[in-house]
Design a protein around this ligand. Structure first.
Ligand SMILES: [Zn+2]
Length: 303
């Protein structure tokens, strides 16, 4: 058996859940485990444990390497998770510790970047080389692929488009006013609906379910659509991507989101062609699928 025929260990460390999979070369999941994500540096122990458990289920099987994707800032070269407000770590050494634990080559990367690479290679972005992947959940972020290359900042940053200012009068948790994610994140849609209607909802999907009959739901939804279109209009001017792929919880709204968004975006992109807009093809598994690709080739094609 050639080494490339072996399995890859893929781990996606989310704010609430660690997803881990053993994946064969054709992308089939042969074993998987989930754990709650502990706060702070204890998260590393949980990642080590879940990997150990999966590897222990397949003794004697060739595993070619591991890919671990995490939120926040990542120094891929040094193998360090630099900073996550969400999980609460700083300068967490991951690659060496996990490599010693699992006796495998380990690579790490940011989780939003991971979703973008996965959508590009085997998801909604197949056939394009210029896309922006935008997970919309409790917050909003973006990973940008231009000319087939993943774009990151000087410290490995993905694009914090959730804090683009798109309108006035809506305070954001970051301290500024009018940020995209204060209006259009799935959490903000639910929160704004409850504030304006007095009716409690558990998530944006409940607001979407009321669009036919509820004027407040329509207003909150349209506010979110206009805010997303405003931000995507900026992306179109700066980057001219061919495609914006919406991921995260809000992507489950499908055409309820995409139809009005295409209309609103076309109104704002008079100088450049509007990018097409789609929802994630890989859903909540985009991050862990990107991690399996990272394990196999380090995203060589996108570097
Ligand atoms: Zn903000």
């Amino acid at each position: 058996m050639e080494p490339e025929d072996g399995l890859a260990l893929a781990v996606d460390v989310g704010g609430t859940t660690i997803k881990a999979e053993l994946v064969d070369p054709r992308g089939r999941v042969v074993a998987s485990e989930r754990r709650p994500t502990p706060h702070g540096e204890r998260a590393r122990d949980a990642v080590a444990e879940v990997g150990r458990t999966l590897l222990g289920q397949r003794p004697g099987t060739v595993v070619v390497g591991a890919g671990v994707v995490v939120p926040g800032l990542v120094d891929r070269e040094a193998g360090i998770a630099t900073y996550s407000t969400n999980i609460g770590w700083r300068d967490l050494e991951l690659v060496r510790a996990l490599g010693a634990e699992w006796r495998l080559p380990v690579r790490i990367a940011n989780d939003v970047a991971s979703g973008g690479v996965a959508e590009l290679r085997i998801g909604a972005g197949v056939g394009t080389r210029n896309l922006v992947f935008v997970p919309v959940g409790t917050g909003i972020a973006a990973s940008i692929v231009s000319g087939g290359h993943l774009l990151t900042g000087q410290h490995g940053e993905t694009a914090e488009i959730g804090h683009l200012a798109v309108r006035n009068g809506v305070p954001c948790a970051c301290g500024r006013d009018g940020c995209l994610e204060a209006i259009a994140s799935a959490a903000a849609i639910a929160r704004r609906y409850t504030a304006l209607s007095g009716k409690h909802v558990t998530g944006a999907h409940e607001v979407a379910a009321r669009l036919d009959v509820d004027a407040v739901a329509q207003q909150v939804w349209q506010d979110a659509v206009e805010a997303l279109a405003e931000a995507f209009g900026v992306l179109a001017l700066v980057l001219a991507p061919s495609l914006v792929v919406i991921g995260g919880g809000l992507s489950r709204a499908g055409e309820l989101l995409l139809d009005p968004l295409r209309v609103a975006l076309a109104r704002r992109t008079t100088l450049v062609p509007p990018p097409d807009v789609s929802v994630s093809a890989l859903g909540e598994r985009a991050g862990v699928i990107g991690a399996s690709l990272l394990a196999r080739d380090g995203w060589a094609a996108e570097s």
